[in-house]
Design a protein around this ligand. Structure first.
Ligand SMILES: C=C(O[C@@H]1C=C(C(=O)O)C=C[C@H]1O)C(=O)O
Length: 103
């Protein structure tokens, strides 16, 4: 098989860089949300905040559409993140004190 043309290699290099940024930003979001989880554990607030999630979903799907993304895709993507955050908050709420490596 011949080597991919320069144009394709260039586009793939851009995708690789963007994926890296996406993952970095996602990691930052989870770091912050773990701090919120810890705050909730200390103050006895529930892991799930449905009103906040509904507001996030409305705002982020509208924003995603402005960037040319499919609404359903944006909804599923955000729901996956929110579900994971809430699962982590439920886990954090079981701890007596924060485990090493987590705030
Ligand atoms: C992070 C929070 O907790 C949960 C997770 C959210 C999120 O990841 O954005 C939003 C609402 C909550 O269900 C919060 O209460 O702000």
């Amino acid at each position: 098989m011949s080597a991919p043309p320069d144009q394709l290699l260039n586009l793939r290099a851009q995708i690789n860089q963007l994926d890296e940024q996406l993952i970095e930003v996602l990691g930052e979001r989870f770091e912050i949300s773990r701090l919120i989880g810890e705050f909730k554990r200390k103050t006895g607030l529930p892991a799930l905040d449905e009103a906040r999630e509904a507001a996030i979903m409305e705002n982020r799907t509208a924003l995603a559409m402005e960037y040319g993304l499919d609404r359903d895709f944006a909804h599923r993507f955000m729901q996956m993140i929110l579900d994971q955050v809430v699962a982590e908050h439920q886990e954090i709420s079981q701890y007596k004190s924060p485990p090493r490596g987590r705030a």
